[in-house]
Design a protein around this ligand. Sequence first.
Ligand SMILES: O=C(O)CCC(=O)C(=O)O
Ligand SMILES: [Fe+2]
Length: 174
Amino acid sequence: MGGFIESMPAMFFGGSNSVTFLHYDIDLPHLFHTHFGGRKHIILFDNKWKERLYCIPNATYALEDYDVSNPDFEKFPALKGVEGYEVFLEHGDTLFMPTGMWHWMKYLDGSFSLSLRAWDASLLRKTQSIFNLAVKGGLDSLLKMWLKAPYAKFREKLAIKRAEAALAKGRPTR
Ligand SMILES: O=C(O)CCC(=O)C(=O)O
Ligand SMILES: [Fe+2]
């Protein structure tokens, strides 16, 4: 990593059973995620699986229609065979999540977390971070504002089509 971004710590609070939907962080930081006051269930995926996770095109999150910890494989066949990492954090545990890692979280108890961000060491990744923050996120918000529900539906259908195509082609390859 290329040093902490000290001006951008973030705190998250959740009631028991609340869920943070599956996403990766748009500014592509490396994250040190420390949990306090209870238990938290986390599932992580490498970015190579993004299509199989039904990622929404031109966004940093996936279709929210399946339960990441217990998916319906009949309805979402592309999820079958996807490999992730499963973690249970307890009070005081810190999880390191490398840049671009997809994460889904469930607060098993009412509790809270602190995320400390760090740059990647490479200039290319730093440039991508800034571009994503400045352009990608803004564009996504504007399109959502202008085109509303039909745009959301269009993207969801595309996510399903791409997931099924990736499955049929056996992607990603290892
Ligand atoms: O703790 C949470 O609920 C979300 C944390 C997260 O997504 C992050 O730190 O990037
Ligand atoms: Fe996140």
